[in-house]
Design a protein around this ligand. Structure first.
Ligand code: NAP
Ligand code: MN
Length: 265
């Protein structure tokens, strides 16, 4: 049974040891109960980097009744990591005094070929898996918008906008906005293929379909955050947003823009 004070630590087995034991005993000393199964927790603490946080959320199923929080391990910094191992006591203090404010990060929902939907906190990306370019029809709300030819496309959430999307000159998007950003990876632009050329942001009420043209190169690599879609041949990916969010602990002086500044400037 899940209890308000039940806490689950998620980390790569490689880092098991001193730091983890320290965090667990600190939690226990402060009337938090460390559980061994995430289902029994109400607070999930990921220890590691942003990649670990993405996995913590994904592997526990984007639970709407959980609070997720990231602790950077050994001097790492991260957009999803609000605390460091050394400053974990601040978080415990906040939980104990019920001073937590909750922040909500929007997720996107992706469905490949009409199968089960998967949520993503960073992005969905489609990339050619061979040397040849891939051709993708981009449809917005059921209407054809453009035909892309190039290396691939990235559809990112607001918090994912500082990750892969940023590497292709996407804008950094405030997570208080709910919408998702579509970016190109190396588009061909010539007299046969013309794309917008810049990233664009869709409202959360839009429905996006990326349809892979069946011309022989219809085996793209699809990523859902840091996981690969296992099926090779695909026709289309539908992307939309519902009310699903990832709730995290919000601390003073640690807004999204503080973290963007800390990470990039
Ligand atoms: P990784 O290859 O270790 O991640 C690449 C870098 O992106 C790491 O430094 C990671 O931080 C950082 N990162 C992840 N999410 C971020 C976010 N929302 N804002 C800012 N930085 C972020 O793989 P990973 O750790 O499993 O992370 C998966 C993510 O990597 C994907 O979701 C994608 O966004 C990103 N990625 C980027 C590129 C690119 O920029 N060319 C290519 C592929 C994937 P940590 O070291 O703290 O994990
Ligand atoms: Mn990583």
């Amino acid at each position: 049974m899940s209890n308000r004070n039940n806490i689950f630590f998620f980390y790569h087995p490689r880092i098991e040891g001193k730091n983890i034991e320290h965090l667990k005993s600190l939690a226990e000393q402060n009337d938090l109960h460390v559980v061994t199964e995430p289902e029994n927790a109400s607070i999930i603490v990921s220890v590691g980097g942003d990649g670990t946080f993405l996995q913590a959320v994904r592997q526990t199923g984007f639970r709407q009744d959980f609070i997720y929080t990231g602790i950077a391990n050994d001097g790492q910094v991260g957009l999803y990591c609000d605390f460091s191992v050394e400053r974990f006591d601040e978080m415990i203090e906040a939980i104990k005094n019920k001073k937590i404010e909750v922040r909500r990060f929007p997720a996107i929902k992706a469905r490949v070929d009409g199968e089960k939907a998967f949520y993503c906190l960073n992005e969905v990306s489609l990339r050619s898996s061979i040397i040849k370019t891939i051709v993708i029809n981009v449809n917005i709300d059921g209407e054809h918008f453009e035909t892309f030819r190039g290396d691939g496309m990235i559809v990112s959430t607001p918090t994912g906008s500082t990750a892969y999307s940023k590497s292709v000159q996407g804008a950094v998007m405030d997570p208080l906005l709910s919408g998702f950003q579509v970016s190109e990876v190396a588009s061909l632009n010539n007299n046969s293929y013309r794309t917008l050329g810049s990233s664009f942001i869709l409202s959360k009420d839009r429905k996006l379909r990326l349809e892979v043209i069946q011309d022989g190169n219809d085996y793209p690599i699809i990523s859902l955050d840091n996981e690969a879609w296992p099926v090779q041949r695909i026709h289309h990916v539908d992307i939309e947003m519902d009310e699903t969010v990832v709730k995290t602990v919000k601390m003073k002086n640690n807004t999204f823009w503080n973290r963007v500044q800390r990470t990039f400037l």
